[in-house]
Write a new protein. Structure first.
Ligand SMILES: O=P(O)(O)O[C@@H]1C[C@H](O)[C@@H](CO)O1
Ligand SMILES: Nc1nc2[nH]cnc2c(=O)[nH]1
Length: 326
């Protein structure tokens, strides 16, 4: 609210580059101008290092594989042996999870003999966090020693061949937030993390995709496992029919609200990436009055709960493969 008697503006005073137009500019006011912090400066290297040291010292483990649990897939962290659990609130400079199905804990331990750390709860853009904050834990993983990122998510299936409960191994993405000029790497680049202009072709490790396909055959689930393209939108709304049609025309097979900025951050610091979507709902691409066509978080959570055993087995077996060849 503007406090000047001369002013009729009773709304919130917005501090733009030009300042409040109804106040005379003074020297002091110039210094009050708020310039948004570039995303890359939100978590400087030293802060990430501090968080990583806290986790490595606190757990006594240097993890090689980092796992991000998607909505309703927190059980991927429950299978970790000898777990050392860190609540996000207790980790210095860590955000908190605000979404149902994302517990807000970091679990460090072993899986199939490999040292791993898992985020039971990720951060989303729609929670109000900038992308660099959403993907900051990936950099923490890197400085903890992580070489492989496993990112999982719940997603809507746009490809008409996909059924609810299927798994889509991600082999590429369409970065819709990036199209709009938003990136976790926006701002000055710190070369200790990676290069100014990272390439993203081959972001999704082909060997790991092939291994996962082989594993799906031994598990007898190969007919419900696909390889496809994921796209991340800002959320929290699910998509309109027109948006889904447009995404399908662009070659997108599954749509969600996460993962892409984590993958960008991981590739920037040269981590090997494996990612999959659990198809929790089918996205309608034609107009109809059916209530069934409406996505809901309850459905997402219920399907994830039903399929968590399969997802856990796929992840454990792939970790075992990596450990075997280490
Ligand atoms: O964290 P993920 O991407 O798995 O969660 C998806 C996107 C939203 O957070 C939520 C919507 O139901 O599921
Ligand atoms: N954007 C988006 N995210 C999801 N997460 C789970 N299902 C969906 C969906 O249909 N759309």
């Amino acid at each position: 609210m503007c406090s000047r008697d001369c002013c009729n503006n009773k709304g919130p005073v917005s501090r733009t580059k030009e300042g409040n137009p109804c106040e005379k500019k003074t020297q002091k006011q110039e210094s009050e101008i708020i310039v948004p912090t570039p995303q890359s400066l939100l978590y400087p290297y030293e802060v990430i290092q501090e968080i990583a040291d806290f986790i490595v010292k606190g757990s006594g483990i240097r993890p090689k594989i980092g796992i991000i649990c998607g909505s309703g897939l927190g059980s991927l962290a429950d299978i970790i042996q000898n777990p050392k659990v860190f609540d996000y609130e207790k980790i210095p400079n860590f955000p908190v999870s605000t979404v149902e199905g994302h517990a807000g804990r970091l679990v460090v331990g072993t899986l199939e003999g490999a040292n791993v750390m898992a985020m039971q709860g990720r951060f989303h853009f729609y929670e109000g966090y900038p992308l660099a904050k959403c993907s900051m834990p990936v950099r923490v993983m890197k400085l903890c020693g992580v070489e492989y990122l496993f990112a999982t998510n719940a997603a809507g299936g746009i490809n008409p061949k996909y059924a609810v409960g299927d798994i889509m191994l991600m082999h590429d993405h369409v970065n819709m937030l990036g199209f709009a000029g938003n990136s976790p790497l926006q701002g000055p680049n710190d070369p200790r993390f990676g290069p100014r202009f990272p390439a993203l072709v081959n972001s999704y490790n082909k060997d790991l995709i092939n291994k996962a396909i082989e594993i799906s055959k031994t598990m007898g689930i190969e007919s419900s496992v696909h390889v496809g393209v994921y796209s991340c939108l800002g959320g929290p709304t699910y998509e309109t029919i027109a948006e889904l049609k447009a995404l399908r025309m662009m070659g997108v097979d599954a749509v969600g609200m996460s993962t892409v900025h984590e993958v960008i951050t991981a590739r920037h610091c040269d981590m090997k990436v494996f990612a999959f979507s659990l198809i929790t709902n089918k996205c309608a691409t034609e107009y109809s009055d059916k209530k069934d066509d409406e996505a809901s978080h309850d459905e997402v959570m219920a399907v994830a709960k039903n399929r968590q055993k399969t997802c856990c087995e796929l992840v454990s077996r792939l970790v075992a493969e990596i450990q075997k060849t280490a």
